[in-house]
Write a protein that binds this ligand. Structure first.
Ligand SMILES: [Zn+2]
Length: 233
């Protein structure tokens, strides 16, 4: 009697849930470690120089994102993450001469973190002494840093949210992400096209406590074109 002709009958054995974005589940998006008004927190305080403000915030985000990544870094390996993927997009690293480098996610993150580390500790780029001037390239460097830090955050969500959940650090991740997005928006530091890939999450997290009533949506099906499979050499 139970021929599996299937078609109309999902038989509970579909490999679909892989495609589902766990991090968009309302029970997880609700989780934060604080309910600060980040919108106000990111605004330039009156007596502070803009560059100083960008410098101190960027440095802090670098440290926090690095820390957040380190909590799941043991799961982000050359095998689990053969490319720096976020959802279905792949990022490549470009070396100093602009040459495209194909690399695994942990390599990419390592490139990001070590080059940012180098910049934020370079007294000529991020001067710490009062009165010392910022270089002309400062803003463009900050933009670059923010773009790469965004990639790292997005990778944590798209590839390591499960592990983050298991560690119960999703509240931290959501809080950090919200703060970071509001900061880069406030100062137009990252091209919105660059962040589109995470717009679904951004909308939920950054439009503050917008309850959960915009359910349903489109997330389902359509996993057809979305191969993420390993290439057989
Ligand atoms: Zn990874």
């Amino acid at each position: 009697m139970n021929q599996l002709k299937s078609k109309g009958k999902p038989n509970g054995k579909k490999p679909a849930p892989e495609e589902k974005k766990l991090y968009l589940e309302p029970e997880y998006t609700k989780s934060r470690i604080t309910d600060f008004e980040f919108k106000e927190l990111v605004m330039l305080p009156r007596e502070i120089d803009l560059n100083e403000w960008l410098a101190s915030n960027t440095t802090t985000f670098f440290h926090h994102i690095n820390l957040q990544y380190s909590t799941i870094s043991e799961f982000c390996t050359g095998e689990s993450c053969q490319t720096m993927a976020v959802c279905n997009t792949q990022y490549y690293w470009y070396d100093e001469r602009g040459k495209k480098i194909k690399c695994t996610a942990p390599q990419y993150v390592d490139f990001v973190m070590s080059s940012v580390q180098k910049l934020v500790t370079d007294e000529d780029v991020f001067p710490t002494k009062y009165g010392k001037e910022f270089p002309n390239s400062f803003e463009s460097l900050v933009k670059k840093i923010c773009k790469y830090l965004f990639h790292v955050l997005a990778h944590i969500y798209s590839s390591h949210f499960k592990e983050t959940l298991a560690l119960e650090l999703h509240g931290h991740l959501n809080t950090l992400y919200t703060h970071f997005i509001l900061f880069i928006r406030e100062f137009n530091l990252v091209d919105p096209k660059e962040t589109t890939i995470m717009d679904d999450l951004t909308e939920v997290l950054c439009s503050s406590s917008g309850s959960s009533s915009n359910g349903s949506g489109n997330g389902s099906s359509n996993s057809a074109g979305a191969q993420n499979h390993v290439k057989e050499r």
